[in-house]
Write a protein that binds this ligand. Structure first.
Ligand code: PMP
Ligand code: GLU
Length: 392
């Protein structure tokens, strides 16, 4: 009954774990949720009121497929002022979340059978979305000692005449690592010289602490022409439920994305787009405040993880994750098919702490902790992880 496409994909584990946590909580079970990557802040007031005003003023009809003109103008200004990239309004397409933006982009450029390079560890939805559009995910092993940041030498052996695109997550979900400008330049020049399109997923762009952030498309005009920039409001403005993201790309790709979106959803909810506009033009201070809270939570989380014997982690400088190395416990889980799955299942069962197994990101020796929660939850959660590890 089902299509091969549907049978060929695995449901999202991050969403799956979060749903399980909600069900356990509904049953009155005390769970500390360090799993899903969702800020615990409420949407900034001015963003909410912009949406309320839109409802009151009946901004509730069909609008432009590519998104509200005012919102695309604000996105274009943001890309110019913050990232030093000029995009015209016709090069920007607002979509229903960054996930949708990624899907649109892949549909626009990837033919069935073409290969998409996905550095490991990867965000859970990349391979499945590539498969959905008929592409072939090609996983790229990266070096733990380089904080799992992909380099040209990691790619060299895997580039073929079928390679169409590479997906880069920077700052990275799940590792929290950030590419320096130099690292990025070498990497994307390697791709551009080989005609490989870069899908630059920059949704965590605003959430970084020590190392500055460089947007791929800002590196040169040649690179910009080969890059599809993906961004959104879920993480930076704590607007996960509003579902607003966008792509910025060359006009040819943007036009194709627009045609696809026109058939699939027409355009994202106008009310949500007004909220996103409010966030962009009125909420800089709120967003900066969230980032400074994330930084203090990162510092707290790291100081607590440092007290646990036998674990390592990738130095987290962005996003809101700690990618924790549990490989030293392999022996204790030697009868399980997957170290990280079994570790996470037992941690949830015994201590009521939910984290995401590295398996979801293609790297079984790790687990991912999200620190977008209160200091109290973070402290309790990590001390329970410590207790669990000590009991192994
Ligand atoms: N890219 C990455 C790396 C993510 O972590 C997420 C998390 N949701 C997304 C894209 C999708 O974001 P959105 O909620 O805007 O669909
Ligand atoms: N991106 C977040 C995460 O990695 C939210 C869940 C999802 O969309 O996968 O946890």
């Amino acid at each position: 009954m089902l299509s091969n496409r549907a049978m060929n994909i695995t449901p999202s584990l991050t969403i799956g774990i979060n749903t399980k946590v909600s069900q356990l909580k509904e049953q009155g079970i005390d769970i500390i949720n360090l799993s899903v990557g969702e800020p615990d802040f409420t949407t900034p007031e001015k963003a909410k009121y912009t949406a309320v005003e839109a409802i009151i003023h009946n901004k509730t009809r069909y609008d432009k497929v590519t998104g509200l003109i005012e919102l695309r103008q604000a996105i274009s200004d943001k890309l110019q002022n913050e990232n030093n990239i000029s995009y015209t309004l016709d090069q920007i397409v607002v979509s229903s979340g960054a996930k949708h933006a990624i899907t649109n982009a892949l549909m626009a450029v990837v033919n069935p059978g073409e290969e998409v390079l996905i550095p490991k560890p990867y965000w859970v939805s990349y391979p499945e979305t590539v498969k959905l559009v008929g592409g072939v995910p090609v996983f790229v092993d990266t070096d733990k000692n380089n904080n799992f940041k992909v380099t040209p030498s990691d790619l060299e052996k895997l580039v073929s005449k079928n390679t169409k695109l590479i997906i880069l997550s920077n700052p990275s979900n799940p590792t929290g690592a950030i590419y320096s400008k130099d690292e990025l330049e070498v990497l994307v020049n390697f791709c551009v010289e080989r005609g490989i399109i870069i899908l630059a997923d920059e949704i965590y762009e605003k959430i970084h602490y020590d190392c500055p952030f460089t947007s791929v498309a800002s590196l040169s005009d040649k690179i910009k022409n080969m890059t599809i920039t993906v961004n959104g409001f879920s993480k930076s403005a704590s607007m996960t439920g509003w579902r607003v993201g966008y792509t910025a790309s060359n006009s040819k790709i943007a036009k194709a994305i627009s045609s696809i979106q026109g058939h699939l959803v027409s355009h994202p909810s106008t009310i949500s787009q007004y909220a996103a506009l409010g966030a962009l033009v009125k909420c800089d201070e709120d967003m900066d405040e969230m980032v400074s809270v994330f930084k203090s939570r990162r510092d707290l989380a790291i100081s607590l993880v440092n007290e646990i014997d036998g674990v390592g982690y990738i130095e987290p400088d962005g996003a809101f994750y700690i990618f924790m190395d549990i490989s030293s416990f392999k022996e204790k889980f030697k009868n399980s098919e997957s170290l990280s799955m079994e570790f996470c299942n037992q941690l949830l069962e015994k201590e009521g702490v939910a984290v995401v197994p590295g398996m979801a990101f293609g790297t079984d020796d790790f687990i991912r902790l999200c620190y977008a929660c209160s200091n109290e939850e973070l402290t309790r959660g990590i001390s329970k992880i410590k207790k669990f590890i000590e009991s192994l």
